[in-house]
Design a protein around this ligand. Structure first.
Ligand SMILES: [Zn+2]
Length: 317
């Protein structure tokens, strides 16, 4: 049997991780390099001349031009965190190298922090992932499908009538012979209006969109994309069609990853971030070693995000 290219690739092992990021000084140096690869740049005026000092164990810079003071973490997703960076780095390692998603509860156990802290870390990391994937665009052959997530484990109704069900649209760019390349997942209703917005934001005009018979996907033509509508019948018959293999496999993996990790109600409230986490990891699945560093760059580049903003449910577009 052929080895699975994704599952058997070398990632960043724990011994290697501890070799690189065991001390606070190592983590600070790595974050500084991620934030200012060409040396300090004043966030206020863009000046490079600075004096450096340390306060409470954290490096600070003062701009010589405008006197603005800036710590290593201020203005990044790490801002206002009291935790040592080494704890953050361990969270990044766990979230980027685990095969399955890691919940806030598991993060709490693994890091030895309280649940609120673990929740905040997890959501800040997912928010940084979401920002990185926000402008994702698919081109070429794209399989697209509608689905509902969550609600199955709440004891309520199952199916489209359940109030906990989150409508999503999933699109997978494939090679011409149907191998999945990259994906885009969004929480949204299955209407022509919302599919048109999805298409404008995430599909190239040169894409060829393949969908089942659901009428709303015709709206992808509004941006100039080609649309192939394949009327499948319903249920298991559609799942077997080779034209939808990539999107159906992805949906199966998504349901396993989310159903096995997150409580349905928590998922429903923050689904945009959980979907972004899945999408971020899926789109980088061929280079597990690089995900850690890329995630560190994402957190360094993301603006600070306060707890009340993270806790607010998504404002629907
Ligand atoms: Zn300045």
């Amino acid at each position: 049997m052929a080895m699975n290219r994704v599952q058997f690739q070398p990632g960043l092992s724990m011994p290697e991780f501890y070799q690189r990021y065991a001390t606070e000084a190592q983590c600070q140096a790595a974050l500084q390099l991620a934030r200012w690869p060409g040396g300090f740049v004043c966030p206020k005026c863009g000046g490079a001349a600075r004096t450096r000092f340390v306060r409470c164990g954290l490096p600070y810079w003062q701009c010589r031009a405008c006197a603005h003071q800036c710590s290593l973490i201020s203005g990044t997703m790490f801002e206002s965190s009291k935790l040592p960076l080494s704890r953050w780095f361990l969270a990044l390692q766990l979230l980027s190298q685990s095969k399955n998603n890691v919940s806030a509860l598991e993060l709490k156990r693994q890091l030895g922090v309280c649940y609120r802290t673990a929740w905040l870390m997890k959501h800040k990391i997912m928010e940084a992932m979401r920002l990185r994937e926000e402008s994702r665009e698919l081109d070429g052959r794209v399989e697209i499908d509608d689905a509902y997530l969550g609600g199955e484990r709440s004891g309520g109704k199952v199916g489209r009538g359940s109030e906990n069900k989150i409508p999503i649209v999933v699109a997978v760019q494939t090679t011409p012979d149907g191998q999945p390349v990259i994906a885009c997942l969004r929480q949204q209703r299955h209407t022509a209006e919302e599919v048109a917005v999805f298409a404008a934001q995430h599909l190239a005009t040169s894409a060829t969109v393949v969908s089942d018979g659901l009428w709303c996907f015709q709206a992808t033509k509004l941006i100039g994309a080609e649309h192939q509508r394949i009327v499948t019948g319903s249920g298991k018959q559609a799942v077997k069609l080779p034209q939808f293999k990539a999107v159906n496999t992805l949906l199966g993996n998504l349901k396993t990853a989310i159903g096995g990790t997150y409580h349905a109600f928590a998922f429903a409230k923050y689904s945009h971030r959980y979907l972004a986490e899945f999408q971020y990891r899926f789109n980088r699945r061929f280079d597990m070693r690089a995900i850690f560093t890329r995630l560190l760059h994402a957190l360094a580049a993301a603006p600070a995000c306060q707890e009340h903003r993270l806790r607010a449910a998504e404002v629907y577009r």
